[in-house]
Design a protein around this ligand. Structure first.
Ligand code: NAG
Ligand code: NAG
Length: 315
């Protein structure tokens, strides 16, 4: 190898190793809004792996039933709110989208005007790799039955745990990232989820993944929002974004080994392992049983929709 090339290679390697660890400046590589979502994502008409009372429909059905709708810089994804369900038939029609692209180290900013609300709803915006849980999962926005604030969670294979005390504004729910429970952090901001988020006109959810940490921020609309986030700038500097809601460092978890290439998933299910768990549903103040409620009250799902103002990815 020629000496000059070798020096350059070392400099590049040093950059590659150092900059993701520090976070910092990223350039925009994707900017998705309105009908752009229909190009950037595919529809997954699959059975819900978490046993929800849901029927994920294909692109044609979603468009003909207006379950996805794009206009200007608005992309709406919703569940059916017209049909009373046959208890022995399929679940409530809804949509699950999978990004065509995969990402590893990156910053993602979701500008969300409205998210699904209502008893029995279990909406999520998250990223996941192949062969779950071996390539990991990062839940950016998730909750059930309008309960509480947003929760960000990692799910991994065995051997990934989080320290109790971390530089984050949220509250630790679990420290072992292994499997279904995962290591969750509940956000502090009352308006980070459900009806309160919607009343406030939504906000921005941002996730930064490097080889040594994962961070998730929530910035409520009208709050103290970094200008590169609110303006959709062509580059962002996460060093200026303040303490994240959730911080997952690599003290006892190899982020680079536990997380592979990820697709973005946006899905809205009902009941199932989380929202429909009888203790969880029972403590939510919601009527009847989860499945009966979802079957019999279509109009209760009028507000079970996402409205995305945009998605930007920076690498
Ligand atoms: C489809 O949904 C959008 C968004 O809610 C709405 O504005 C539009 O009127 C609906 N179209 C039809 C044909 O119902
Ligand atoms: C979406 O599907 C995944 C499983 O692939 C599950 O972990 C998640 O909780 C589901 N959420 C929704 C809202 O469907």
């Amino acid at each position: 190898m020629v000496p000059g090339f070798s020096a350059l290679l070392h400099a590049l390697l040093a950059l590659a190793c150092v900059s993701p660890a520090l976070g910092g400046t990223y350039s925009r590589t994707d900017s998705v809004s309105g009908s752009g979502f229909l190009d950037a994502f595919s529809y997954e008409a699959i059975p819900d792996p978490t046993h929800g009372r849901v029927n994920y429909v294909d692109a044609g059905t979603a468009r003909s039933q207006n379950l996805t709708f794009a206009s200007g810089n608005s992309f709406v994804l919703r569940a059916d709110s017209r049909t009373r369900l046959n208890p022995s038939g399929p679940g409530r029609n809804s949509v699950r989208l999978l990004s065509r692209k995969q990402y590893t180290t990156a910053v993602m900013v979701f500008d969300i005007r409205h998210m699904p609300e209502g008893c029995g709803t279990w909406p999520a915006v998250w990223t996941v790799g192949a062969d779950w849980p071996n390539q990991g999962e990062v839940d950016i926005l998730e909750g059930v039955n309008d309960q509480g604030t947003n929760q960000a969670t990692l799910h991994t294979s065995a051997g990934c745990t989080m320290p109790n005390s971390r530089a984050e504004t949220g509250t630790v729910v679990g420290n072992d990232c292994q499997g279904n429970n995962g290591c969750g952090v509940k956000f502090r901001e009352g308006n980070s989820y459900g009806p309160s988020l919607n009343r406030n006109g939504g906000g921005w959810f941002a996730m930064e993944r490097t080889n040594s940490f994962i961070k998730v921020w929530f910035f409520p609309r009208g709050g103290n929002v970094p200008s590169d986030v609110s303006s959709g700038a062509s580059s962002v500097n996460t060093d200026n974004w303040g303490t994240p809601g959730a911080f997952f460092p690599d003290n006892s978890c190899s982020i680079s080994n536990k997380f592979g290439p990820h697709n973005i998933v946006i899905n809205l299910t009902f009941c199932g392992d989380f929202a429909g768990n009888s203790a969880v549903y029972g403590s939510s103040g919601c009527p009847s049983t989860c499945v009966d409620f979802v079957n019999n009250n279509p109009s209760a799902f009028t507000n079970a929709f996402f409205d995305f103002a945009g998605l930007r990815v920076y690498t």
